[in-house]
Design a protein around this ligand. Structure first.
Ligand SMILES: *Cc1c(COP(=O)(O)O)cnc(C)c1O
Length: 801
């Protein structure tokens, strides 16, 4: 039905009729979206079945990627692209008078994630399938993804997100493959064959029902699976109050926690974590048993990868199955479990390391707790043998300590591989945050620098740039992004640079049109488009960006000899609903926009745009249009970042600190092709360790700082009273934990270099071309190949056999 546009048109009209019983004339865009979506899913299903059959028939190791978040975004466009039928569909629809892009707009983002961690999981699925690797995702089918953000008077308001309101064309519900999961209750011991055994009794059962989504590889027949679990009442619940039971059950897969990095100490969150793990492992083990019988070789044929610590209960859950259901000895069960699980650490922020109070954990998961307790006992004994008498060391490494279950410790102890997500992050893990574990198990630790799928973030998001690159160096880079380096030969070619300039201009117009539609604002497409889009967090320092804009505004008003190339500052960021500081920064950005955008004195030179509801589909219009990529985190705090990679691949120049993957961007493209400023991670960590920073000194010695900080509290923003006082105080009274004032001056200087460089059009374009040329390293295909080879032990020639 997709072989040519005539066949497509015919099939489309037929499908539309059979689905809706309407004529084409009566049909709506939503009908068109659902019709097309269903056609594509049916088209995928033949290869999906074939991939499943192959996995069943052959003996390749299977990888299961467990993640509490998958930030997929929309799937129609990327499925069409990966299937290679985008053009046929676009042409066919055009002849029917329909625009593919308008139909794509109907789809709701699958926003089952907060930010970088969830988006990484989505990029990895795309790479796994595109590299023909047998790797599948396991997650939760939240009824409501991340909240929708609106601004009311400049303040963030959260609305429940409703992505399933019109159904999800990509999913297939599989009630026959449901798994039962038990909470609460107690553990009973009994004797059987001279052995003491345990069973979990009087628990509350709930049913996990899988919804499977196909993950289509690019130009390959591989279709992997993303299995998302939905919580439903069990058929025969033992429960006193049926309404309460139903409510509590459904709550398990109702909401994604809109909390980025802080540990939300909620019972429901722990329930969600065990739900994900027990459902996923239950179904993995069931299909494994069906094929192989015994679980003795489980670790040789299965790897379970845990994305951060949220799914770390995979360790005690697999132990439970091997001990209680398979009747294995502890030693054997431990050998198999710890050879099955691999773990990615995503943060060194101590407030983000998950720790659960035992008094919450134990009653909810009594058998799992017993197993964790035993893992801890044995681990501490092992440490005692290794480090006799070193109580302090053992206490610091224990899994259970001070009434808490330390999830990261459990993850390191129960897995065979621990990886960080960028070189510097892994080094900080090894040498500081997890140093004791590194000393004990140096071989477990490794680095896998994050990546992004260039298929979504370049081929799909930026067809204009894609086609320029194709015309310049051919198509080899599409399968092997390192070939983008061939563009370096054109970095001084004025014909190429002019075309690159035209592409950027075109993309700014597209973004400008979207901004106009959404906000009514008109942006200057000849201005520098300077973008900071990411979750709102103190450590990401949106505040530093804001203070720089305030400085520019003041300077432009006060110093008539001061001129800059016009600049449009674009922000996109959601704040966790309970993160009051972050919400104040949102209001500050909006107040600043109000002020700057309405001041005729500087009009034309500065504009501030804060786009509501930052998400994947919006991001796809932002990255291609950006000139400047703001990556200004307090050094040592951003584990990797992936937004930085998307910008680079689309030809934006980075202004940033030497943090996360910015360091590797520098290694690839060279420091001369970006704008580096500020403290290094080493300097920051030394300040934390030894003190010696006093923010008030920077305040007293820098008039620019004095002025902008005063303006936070002196009525400069007339509508807010003392709303920004806590921001002001965090910088002075609380000594500026994120070194905003310390880095202020060097940031202003770097921004000055941005301005000067941009005025030299050719120089800027050359730098932009070089960024694209050296962005190939950051394809998640590279990352996944390294996971496959170094961690998972997968064969890379999977499809060819
Ligand atoms: C890439 C991406 C992120 C991560 O951005 P960082 O700058 O790395 O924090 C967050 N949200 C969305 C929608 C993204 O596409």
């Amino acid at each position: 039905m997709f072989s040519n546009k005539e066949k497509f048109k015919e099939a489309f009209l037929k499908k539309l009729e059979s689905m809706y019983g309407k004529s084409f004339q009566e049909s709506t865009s939503r009908d068109h979206y659902h019709t097309l979506g269903n056609m594509v899913r049916e088209y995928i299903s033949a290869n999906w079945i074939a991939t499943n059959e192959r996995n069943r028939a052959k003996d390749e190791k299977q990888v299961y990627y467990l993640s509490i978040e998958f930030l997929l975004g929309r799937l129609l466009g990327s499925n069409l692209l990966n299937l290679g039928i985008q053009q046929v569909v676009e042409d066919g629809l055009k002849e029917l008078g329909l625009e593919l892009s308008a139909i794509e707009e109907i789809e709701s983002d699958a926003g089952l994630g907060n930010g970088g961690l969830g988006r990484l999981a989505a990029c990895f699925l795309d790479s796994l399938a595109s590299l023909d690797l047998p790797g599948h995702g396991c997650g939760i089918r939240y009824k409501h993804g991340l909240f929708d953000q609106k601004f009311v008077d400049g303040y963030q308001v959260e609305l429940p997100e409703q992505w399933l309101r019109h159904g999800n064309v990509w999913e297939v519900r599989k009630p026959d493959q449901a798994v039962e999961i038990h909470f609460w209750g107690k553990v009973e011991s009994y004797r059987e064959d001279e052995k003491v055994r345990f069973r979990h009794i009087k628990g509350e059962a709930i049913t996990a029902v899988p919804y499977d989504m196909p993950i289509v590889g690019y130009q390959t027949k591989t279709v992997n699976m993303l299995r998302l679990w939905s919580a439903e009442p069990a058929p025969f619940p033992i429960h006193k109050n049926i309404m309460q039971y139903k409510r509590e059950t459904e709550a398990v897969s109702e909401f994604l926690y809109p909390d980025d990095t802080h540990d939300e100490g909620k019972i429901l969150r722990l329930k969600q974590q065990y739900f994900l793990v027990a459902a996923s492992i239950g179904s993995i083990v069931r299909s494994y048993r069906k094929k192989n019988g015994s679980l003795l070789d489980f670790h040789k044929r299965v790897t379970i990868h845990i994305n951060d610590t949220h799914p770390v209960l995979a360790i005690p859950e697999l132990m439970r199955i091997l001990l209680d259901e398979e009747d294995m000895s502890w030693e054997l069960a431990w050998e198999i479990t710890s050879q099955t699980i691999s773990y990615t650490n995503h943060t060194t922020l101590s407030e983000a390391l998950e720790k659960w109070p035992i008094n919450i954990f134990q009653p909810l998961l009594p058998r799992i707790y017993m197993i964790v307790d035993e893992i801890n006992e044995r681990f501490c004994k092992e440490l005692w043998n290794k480090y006799p008498g070193q109580w302090g060391r053992i206490e610091n490494m224990a899994i259970l300590a001070h009434g808490l279950v330390k999830m990261a410790h459990l993850a390191v102890v129960g897995s065979f591989s621990v990886n960080g997500v960028a070189k510097i992050h892994t080094e900080i893990l090894k040498n500081r945050e997890m140093n004791l574990f590194y000393e004990a198990f140096p071989d477990k630790f490794n680095n896998k620098t994050n990546g992004i799928t260039h298929r979504r973030w370049l081929l799909k998001a930026n067809p204009h740039l894609t086609s320029l690159i194709k015309d310049t160096i051919g198509i080899g880079w599409m399968k092997d992004t390192t070939q983008l380096r061939q563009l370096d030969a054109y970095a001084n070619d004025s014909a190429f640079l002019e075309k690159l300039n035209n592409v950027k201009k075109k993309r700014k117009e597209i973004l400008g049109e979207r901004i106009r539609k959404q906000t009514g604002m008109v942006i200057d497409t000849d201005s520098i488009i300077d973008v900071q889009v990411k979750r709102l967090h103190a450590y990401k320092r949106q505040l530093l960006n804001v203070l720089h804009i305030m400085y520019l505004y003041n300077k432009l008003r006060e110093d008539s000899s001061f001129t800059i190339h016009p600049r449009t500052f674009i922000f996109g960021a959601k704040a966790s609903p309970g993160y009051y500081y972050a919400k104040r920064v949102i209001k500050l950005i909006n107040s600043l926009a109000e002020k700057v955008n309405n001041d005729p004195a500087i009009k034309g030179c500065l504009k501030v745009v804060f786009l509501e509801n930052y998400r994947v589909s919006l991001a796809e219009d932002i990255f291609p249009a950006a000139d400047v990529s703001e990556q200004i985190s307090t050094a040592s705090k951003e584990a990797s970042g992936t937004g930085n990679m998307k910008f680079m691949m689309n030809g934006a120049l980075t202004i940033g600190t030497l943090d996360g993957a910015n360091i590797e961007i520098k290694e690839e493209v060279g420091e001369e092709n970006m704008f580096i400023f500020g403290l290094t991670a080493e300097e920051v960590l030394n300040f934390y360790q030894n003190g010696g920073y006093r923010s008030s000194e920077y305040y007293h010695h820098d008039k620019r700082i004095q002025q902008v900080l005063e303006q936070l509290i002196n009525g400069f923003f007339p509508d807010v009273h003392d709303h920004f006082e806590p921001i002001h105080d965090s910088l002075l009274m609380q000594n500026d934990e994120y070194f905003v004032l310390k880095d202020f001056s060097s940031y202003i200087d770097a921004q000055g270099r941005v301005d000067t460089t941009y005025k030299d059009r050719n120089r800027w374009l050359t730098m932009s071309a070089k960024n694209i040329a050296y962005s190939g390293f950051f394809s998640s295909d590279r990352t996944i190949k390294h996971y496959a080879k170094d961690i998972w032990g997968l064969e890379l020639s999977y499809s060819k056999s």
